[in-house]
Design a protein around this ligand. Sequence first.
Ligand code: OAD
Length: 233
Amino acid sequence: MRNIVILTGAGISAESGIATFRGPGGLWEGHRVEDVCTPEALTRDAALVHRFYDLRRAALSTVTPNRAHEALARLDREWTGKLLIVTQNVDDLHERAGARRMLHMHGELRSALCAACEARLPWSDALPPGTVCPACGAAALRPDIVFFGEMPYQMERIDEALSCADLFVSIGTSGAVYPAAGFVQLARQYGAATLELNLDPSDGSAWFDETRLGPAGTLVPAWVDEMLSANRT
Ligand code: OAD
């Protein structure tokens, strides 16, 4: 067992106090996903979409990484094989816990994207519609969030990592959103073993060799201990 790909979703940040998307009622902070997470929504009501992500960006300073983020950061530091943490989350809790071998496939709250020149800029303040891009001068900065219908980031790098993975682990994701939901099948085709750590079985639970149910803050540190001690023997 040398190469690991880990996919994380909203469930890993739940114990830090960040709401998941598909909780009871299917609403998220009072909004339907299609009202705030589609290119059409941005065209229809940019002020609403920008404000929604402004509030979430501001809320990042009130939360901290939990034991699951910390355990994955430890695995990243100590695992001598290849490792890639692919997160669907737009919060920055993996990197604040110290993870380095990671990427954000659905964008980042603390980043702005220029709709004109596609520059991506670190951004920690409010981002009103019409903010001017420092790279090209167009009044076209938007939240750097991958909306439904847009292509997630770094798909080639993810595919490359999956193609040489010995183990694929999915943590805290409902398996409802593609292409991430399809990674388990892809990993299997490439010959990896597959493990799911989640509070409830995900939509794609049947695809995993093993599923462990419980809170990420408990399951992830235990799994990381297991991996690192097996690696030493
Ligand atoms: P969801 O809200 O769909 O699913 C969260 C999953 O986490 C569920 O399966 C829960 O059972 C599980 N969960 C909740 N609390 C947990 C805990 N303490 N420990 C472990 N698991 C827990 O979130 P995602 O699957 O991440 O896309 O959603 C995928 C994408 O849908 C998001 O990235 C977002 C959204 O539209 C974009 O913003 C582009």
